[in-house]
Design a protein around this ligand. Structure first.
Ligand code: ATP
Length: 351
């Protein structure tokens, strides 16, 4: 049976000057070895929740945080950050500038003799592919290398849980893409559970086993990347994670009628609170464009992104719809198109 490494029960944080909680009644569990991405727009409470797990912020009311079966925060328990057995990686690396790579990594290794420290430093630097840079100082490293040192330093004491707060956000896109895969591989190789804060949807999906989408302090949905993407629990999750289109829709027998056509929707794809009207959600990549003279949708603009074209379409009523197609379908700006939808791709949310 899988083991729970982290359990949050009803965690709330209010900062005194703000009536809206930064974190509002959040409960979740994380299994040993899993990577949780906390995803949400700026100010939704990701960092505050991470800091509470780390012990850098106290909860505002009853609620518990349990790490590996030990309560670290509750109404009558408080375990200090350094006793929580966690590793932390920040966005700005926070390396000691006057220490070499090896000394930085060795920093958190208490209770080990010199040889054991040397052995562990070599091991983790090997894990993050920096073995030959042991004697360098942080200023002699690239941003990506510095972040790998920070990761190695946090991993060296073999923490039960790693907390990573937007660790890639100061890196350029190429390094960022490479490092997110590397971080996942490194965490998996070490078997370390982790929470990774990001506001980048693709990054969250790519790095995690479980995604927690946050909005205004609330945990809006918790699920695997596939669940979050294919079955968003709310319109907010659909918009934030996939930038899906929404169209007002009315039930007409078996079909849902919209201004771009009528479509069948499976019962399971209709949210419970919806009666006969709603918002039909359609992802950009599930729209199929077919050039048709005098059709009701126009291609307002087209952008080439290498692998795909992105189209901005306009309906008769002036509504914008966004579509992405692989580069083998090329339609000119100004053309009128009919829109079809890939099978089972639509969902209905409350209006
Ligand atoms: P970002 O992606 O911009 O870092 P975030 O999702 O991590 O955002 P938090 O930093 O957790 O969001 O902030 C959540 C809310 O709590 C915001 O409204 C923020 O202004 C507020 N907040 C955070 N820290 C404090 C503080 N020390 N004092 C007062 N308000 C705070």
């Amino acid at each position: 049976m899988e083991k729970v490494i982290l359990e949050l029960k009803n965690i709330t944080k209010r900062f005194s000057e703000n009536p809206i909680p930064a974190v509002n009644d959040v409960s979740l569990t994380l299994q040993q070895g899993d990577i949780l991405a906390l995803l949400g727009p700026s100010g939704c409470g990701k960092t505050t929740l991470l800091r509470m797990i780390g012990g850098f912020e106290e909860a505002s009311q009853d609620g518990t945080i349990e790490i590996d079966g030990q309560i670290v925060c509750s109404s009558d328990t408080w375990i200090a950050p350094e006793k929580r057995d966690i590793g932390i990686v920040f966005q700005d690396y926070a390396l000691f500038p006057h220490l070499t790579v090896a000394q930085n990594v060795a920093f958190g290794l208490k209770n080990l003799n010199k040889e054991q420290v040397q052995k562990r430093v070599t091991e983790v630097l090997d894990l993050v592919s920096l073995k030959n840079l042991e004697e360098r100082y942080p200023y002699e490293l690239s941003g990506g290398q510095q972040q790998r040192v920070a990761l190695a330093r946090a991993l060296a004491p073999q923490p039960k849980l790693m907390l990573l707060d937007e660790p890639l956000c100061n890196l350029d896109i190429q390094v960022r893409l490479r490092l997110r895969q590397e971080i996942r591989d490194i965490l998996k190789a070490a078997g370390t559970s982790a929470i990774f804060v990001t506001h980048d949807q693709e990054e969250a999906l790519a790095i995690s086993d479980v995604v927690g989408v946050m909005r205004q302090g609330n945990l809006e949905q918790l699920g695997t990347p596939e669940e979050i993407y294919t079955c968003p629990a709310s319109r907010f999750v659909a918009e934030f994670v996939t930038q899906a289109n929404f169209l007002p829709a009315t039930r007409k027998g078996e079909l849902w009628e919209t201004e771009i056509g009528s479509f069948p929707v499976e019962r399971g794809q209709i949210q419970d609170s919806v009666a006969d009207t709603g918002e039909l959600m359609i992802r950009q990549e599930d729209l199929i464009l077919k050039a048709t003279p005098d059709a009701s949708v126009n291609i307002r603009s087209r952008r080439f992104l290498g692998r795909e074209y992105r189209y901005c379409l306009e309906t008769l009523s002036g509504r914008e719809i966004h579509a992405r197609t692989l580069t083998h379908t090329v339609l000119p700006e100004g053309a009128s198109v009919e829109l079809a939808i890939a099978d089972n791709a639509v969902q209905i949310f409350p209006d």
